[in-house]
Design a protein around this ligand. Structure first.
Ligand code: AMP
Ligand code: TRP
Length: 311
């Protein structure tokens, strides 16, 4: 069986863009592979400074994996920071890959272009992600199109290591989940926690109602495009065409229809989410991380041998 590994950063509360672009495809793919689903908490540390927020986001990711239909007995759900081999291997890759190569990273360049100061963790981010993937001899990495470059970095790190120290790492394949287009947020731009334009996933229904009602509409086109572009992920386009033409100009009615369509999908997941306690999360992460550590420690044993630090 091929091995699959992917991860989500616990850097905010998940929204319906994360569901459609990541959680849903993961839940459809994972059982055809030996799957590792990671909570990338050390990646989130590049942006988060509030410990309570990080702790609650970590739990949110685990509950979200399970609520989206992933069975923790059929996939290894684990926490990056609990498998110390990840940061150890990242250091080794950092000694092999050059500064100019990392300077090409889109995430890093975007930060600089915005006039923001990038911390070293953000700069090295692709090497930690390479370690996440390569430690497990991963075959397939399902990620959104925005992560394509990170996969290139992982392949480069594998190749640099293999050339320097002998064949050790498998070069992984990206499985770009681009069948789902970018889901727009309430302002029509890409839905993203950093734009504050999200429609929440597991929050109570009144929060969903508020978010959908706040979708910006303009009267210039045939239909409220910002509403439609979210709606088409929840109902067949043929049905939507007639709904939107029957209620032309009635934005409130259309938004109410969208709320009900989102709620029909989200309600059972919201209930599942609520049924998972913090202590369930602790158990899942304890077991998953122990399981992951078994693979990672074997791999690192080999790596330490190869680079010459084991004497
Ligand atoms: P983020 O933590 O914002 O990078 O999101 C994690 C993953 O969720 C991304 O790699 C995408 O696969 C997915 N995702 C995030 N925002 C959207 C969006 N607006 N539309 C579709 N997929 C998204
Ligand atoms: N960088 C990914 C994101 O922001 C999260 C991530 C961290 C990841 N490590 C990974 C994804 C390893 C796949 C494999 O979405």
């Amino acid at each position: 069986m091929q091995r699959l590994l992917t991860g989500l950063q616990p850097s905010g509360v998940l929204h319906i863009g994360n569901y459609l672009g990541a959680l849903k495809p993961f839940s459809e793919l994972y059982f055809s592979f030996e799957s590792f689903l990671m909570v990338a908490d050390y990646h989130a540390l590049t942006t988060l400074r509030q410990k309570d927020e990080l702790r609650s986001n970590i739990r949110d990711i685990v509950k979200s994996y399970v609520a989206a239909g992933i069975d923790p007995n059929k996939a290894v759900i684990f926490q990056q920071s609990r498998v110390q081999e990840h940061t150890e291997l990242a250091w080794i890759f950092e000694c092999l890959v050059t500064v100019p190569f990392l300077e090409l990273s889109h995430a890093y360049k975007d930060k600089l272009a915005k006039g923001l100061e990038a911390n070293v963790g953000l700069f090295n981010y692709p090497m930690l992600m390479a370690a996440d993937i390569l430690l497990y001899d991963t075959d397939v990495v399902p990620v959104g199109a925005d992560q394509r470059q990170h996969l290139e970095y992982a392949r480069e790190a594998a190749s640099k290591f293999n050339i320097a120290f002998g064949q050790t790492f498998k070069e992984p394949q990206a499985k770009i989940l681009d069948s789902v287009a970018i889901v727009p947020g309430t302002d029509g731009k890409k839905m993203s926690k950093s734009y504050g334009n999200t429609i929440p996933l597991f929050e109570p229904k009144d929060v969903l109602v508020k978010a959908v009602m706040s979708i910006v509409t303009d009267s210039s086109g045939e239909r409220p495009e910002n509403v439609y572009q979210v709606h088409r992920h929840f109902r067949a386009e043929a049905e939507l065409e007639s709904l939107y033409s029957a209620h032309k100009g009635k934005y409130k009615v259309l938004k109410e229809a969208l709320i009900e369509d989102i709620d029909a999908v989200v309600k059972p997941m919201r209930e599942k989410y609520a049924s998972i306690s913090d202590s369930d999360v602790a158990t899942i992460l304890e077991k998953g991380s122990a399981n992951a550590r078994e693979y990672a420690s074997k791999k690192m044993y080999d790596v330490r041998e190869k680079i010459g630090v084991s004497i």
